[in-house]
Design a protein around this ligand. Sequence first.
Ligand code: FES
Ligand SMILES: [Fe+2]
Length: 440
Amino acid sequence: MPAALDLDHLVQPDRVHRTVYTDQAIFDLEMEHIFESAWVYCGHESQVKEVGQYQTVQIGRQPMVMVRAKDRQIHVLYNRCPHRGVQLCGSHSGNTGSSFVCPYHAWSFHLDGKVRAIPLIKGYDGTRLSTDDPDCNMARAARVESYRGFVFASLSPTGPSLVDFLGDAKVAFDDMCDRSPEGEVEVVPVCHRVVQQSNWKFFMENQLDALHPSVTHQSTGVSARRVEKQLKEKEGSAPLHFHYLSTFASSFDQWDSVQTVNFPHGHGILKAYMGLRPTDPDTQEYEALMRKAYGPEKTEEYLSRSIHHVLIYPYLSVQSPLQQVRCLRPLGPDKTLSEIWHFRLKGAPEAIYRRSMWYFNLVNSPATMINADDLENWTRGQNGLQSKGNDWVSFHRNMGGDTEKDGVLYSNNGTSEVVMRNQFKAWRNYMSRAQTPTTA
Ligand code: FES
Ligand SMILES: [Fe+2]
């Protein structure tokens, strides 16, 4: 670990030092002071609908398990047996029944983590181990809260509430749920998991980077546009999923006209650019259901929010109009697991769900040329930053042109690197705690 973290040197207003992407000691401090302190997304309530249903999740370096207890409460526990440390759940998800039972020596635990039984308990007579001792329980995350069905945990007992942490970026979940005639979404229990050979910050910066799509995704976007055009000429219309891909090939000027909004804590929004309000019969049926549920005014408000992505810094990308959620679990300075989920709008027609699935498969899946092209860039970025050719990563673009109001940074240039500058403002804030010695 470095004796002192020189944040003034590492993070400057217009550039950052390459080691913040490559250095193991800095990564360890990030885990401690960012991921193991902030609110981290664990999953959706619908992933643990039944009592005993669980989902394992990584928070920073800590293996955790989210589980539904008998009283319907959701707990987030350390996935570790208090006896000798064996992980109690070995699968991503499942149902553990009425208790967790350790596969090693069969200590068992209630679903809130409290110890239930220890075999041959008399073997502990005369020792200082007692089942009244909290050390005999599975430890719990310090705080667990959910917002509109999305469950978060913080390993720190202090800090902002979940709603304060999310701030205006909570619109990610409002926008997703409000698009359902029942006001709720449900997870589709299929998750693409991809290990990116790059630092987690590459993904976060890329999500609101409007300069790259027309370059990185040009081949896919141009090909899709060609087919879309042919279909329109021949049949009068083309399925919406061609449009998902063809918009990537928009011009630089078009991308530059999309606005970004950059909130405190590093969160941000890339505003809408796709125009996802077609007038086909499926959409009309859906919009009629929405109007029945909410009335015309609210329906209009809900369906016309200008959002493409919402980023919850430092790990979540939510594409609320298409019900996609991508979550990062950093594994090392040059290794990041991403979990790619999509959701169903409860009460919406099947065709609307299929649109979400098309996007999941065509854009966010590791098998597409969109995601694959991004992955290639980030790997090459990571490799490049190992080089001593230049110590700096540049975020100068449109610097000086940002406007700030109530702590929110706006830029009228979609391609402005205000996004990265804002993320590093948050990063620096979290990491300033690393300069104060802790006892943890
Ligand atoms: S390690 Fe779990 S019961 Fe022994
Ligand atoms: Fe991309």
